[in-house]
Ligand binder design. Structure first.
Ligand code: MSP
Length: 516
């Protein structure tokens, strides 16, 4: 089992039949914030993202373009490879399901399930949604009011009737064990609404799952029966084990089980039902947590290819700073709920929280330090209640941010930091350093300037997982030298009072200019 100091976070692996879009960006940014926060807290982080290359959908998309599936995959992988660094994504590994290591892991997983008698051969006959890669039984279609129209309960597109020889996974064996696990681990599935959704689904009865196909070839062959390709979801889910080293179990367990799988709400059933049952059948530990976030619309519309620019990360990055996008996506909507991406909401939030509040606090504090003390800090020789209140707020903010991020409550973490930023601005008004300077109250002026700059340093530290580049730009002014966000550690930098007497800051240079 992984050690308590390790932290393993994953994103879904993205299909290569589509270009990267805002939805992919969202989960990956969220995972990156968790990874950065945990690294800063001293944990040994393993942050995994990647691509899902197999399946009928990818094969069909490649055929349409007249190329081999692997050629299509290579093209899309290239897009991700250039996009993630532009968004400061700090993944430790990038998994491709077409890789040899994954091929080996999936076949090992299959053998393990087969040896545990969790797999049998049968005839498969059902309704299949090609775009969603999901199978539907008659009962499920009737429950979803889709029986008459024969359309997919999820995407509402037409279903195909399929019949073929297939291997099955004994999913039904695990119904009670899974329910027990969910009840015994209240944090296993989040948010609570999704947990209830899974509980209802499992309680309604689990049917054995068809896990091989003979109708297409783009995938990993079933060991010892090459006419069958392993069902794409079994293939895809196993990526979470491949990357840390499966089937080398010792290596794998250095990171596994994952601390959290971040996913979108549409792929909850695969992660919170099929995956844990597979793992139980294989005798492997279950992930500690699965968090399903909501979906974005753009300017009030469902995201679709026809929307073009609005959802393409490359176009968003042409007009917006990466860190500002990161901040907005995690601040605007509570993680778990649906939200709308709009230019006006982004501008509003940027101007009020980043330009007016945080940017202004940094600028005015450094400007006063420059004006009254030539940018040099003096250690305070006095401390008043108003100072102690600010320090206490900073320290409780550090704890609150950590707790919020343990729950993936990104918006709450950011709001808590903003509370301190507003406190800082109030502190300026209430202490009026300009008046202290005029009256020659030097000891008090030194104390106020010190408390402001030291607060800003600790605020920027907490902001750095969300906005690594902007935080580094702010911290460089405070520290008087270039700061690299990746090197920040709370154990060394997180305590109050680390700035020494005589420390020289830089003159202010605006990090968040107002947006029109
Ligand atoms: N390949 C599977 C995942 C396998 S994980 C073992 C897959 N890929 S996907 O590319 O279709 O979707 C990846 C993620 O994008 C999903 O988590 C999905 O929820 C998310 N999003 C797709 N559209 C979205 C929005 N409009 N808004 C937010 N996230 C969205 O599913």
């Amino acid at each position: 089992m992984s050690s308590p100091s390790s932290y393993y976070v994953t994103t879904p692996i993205y299909y290569v039949n589509d270009e990267p879009h805002l939805g992919h960006m969202y989960t990956t940014i969220a995972a990156d914030v968790l990874a950065r926060h945990q690294r800063m807290s001293g944990r040994d982080v393993f942050f995994l993202t990647g691509v899902d290359e197999h399946g009928q959908k990818v094969q069909q998309a490649a055929e349409k373009r007249g190329i081999e599936p692997i050629a299509l995959a290579d093209q899309v992988v290239e897009r991700y490879a250039t996009l993630w660094p532009e968004l400061s994504i700090s993944n430790d590994d990038f998994i491709r399901t077409s890789s040899a290591r994954h091929h080996q892991a999936v076949q090992a997983m299959w053998r393990r399930l087969r040896d545990a008698d969790a797999i049998y051969q049968g005839m498969y006959e059902d309704w299949y949604c090609v775009p969603c890669e999901s199978y539907w039984t008659e009962t499920q279609l009737k429950d979803g009011d889709c029986w008459e129209a024969k359309h997919c309960p999820d995407c509402k597109r037409g279903l195909e009737r399929v019949q073929e020889a297939s291997y099955f996974f004994r999913l039904s064996d695990w119904q009670d064990k899974l329910l027990e696990h969910i009840h015994a681990h209240p944090d296993f599935i989040a948010p609570a609404s999704r947990r209830n959704e899974v509980l209802r689904f499992v309680e309604s009865g689990l049917h054995d799952l068809s896990i091989s196909r003979t109708t297409f070839s783009w995938g990993i062959p079933v060991p010892d029966d090459e006419g069958h390709v392993i069902y794409v979801w079994i293939d895809a889910l196993t990526n979470y084990l491949t990357a840390p080293g499966f089937p080398d179990e010792q290596a794998c367990m250095e990171h596994w089980p994952a601390d959290v799988h971040l996913i979108g709400k549409d792929i909850l059933r695969f992660h919170a039902v099929y995956w844990p049952c597979m793992l139980m059948a294989a005798g492997l530990p279950l992930p500690k947590r699965i968090f399903a976030h909501g979906w974005w619309t753009v300017e009030g519309n469902k995201m679709s290819k026809s929307l073009g620019n609005a959802v393409r990360p490359a176009d968003l990055l042409a007009t917006h700073d990466a860190d500002v996008l990161r901040y907005f996506l995690l601040r605007e909507v509570p993680f778990g709920q649906d939200g709308d991406f709009s230019e006006s909401a982004l501008t509003r939030r940027y101007n009020s929280e980043l330009a007016n509040d945080l940017g202004n606090l940094l600028n005015r504090s450094l400007a006063m330090l420059k004006k009254y003390r030539n940018s040099v800090l003096n250690q305070p020789t006095t401390e008043e209640a108003i100072d102690r209140a600010l320090i206490a707020d900073i320290e409780s903010m550090q704890r609150d941010v950590d707790e919020a991020l343990q729950q993936q409550a990104f918006h709450q973490a950011l709001e808590r930091i903003n509370v301190v930023v507003r406190h800082g601005n109030r502190y300026v008004e209430e202490n009026a350093p300009w008046a202290l300077a005029k009256q020659g109250e030097n000891a008090r002026l030194d104390a106020v300037l010190y408390h402001l700059i030291e607060s800003l340093r600790l605020i920027c530290l907490q902001m750095s997982p969300f906005m690594p580049t902007k935080a580094a730009a702010m911290l460089s002014q405070i520290m008087g030298q270039e700061v690299d966000s990746d090197q920040l550690r709370l154990a060394e930098n997180g305590g109050w009072g680390a700035l020494p007497h005589g420390h020289a800051c830089r003159a202010p240079s605006p990090v968040f200019p107002r947006m029109d």
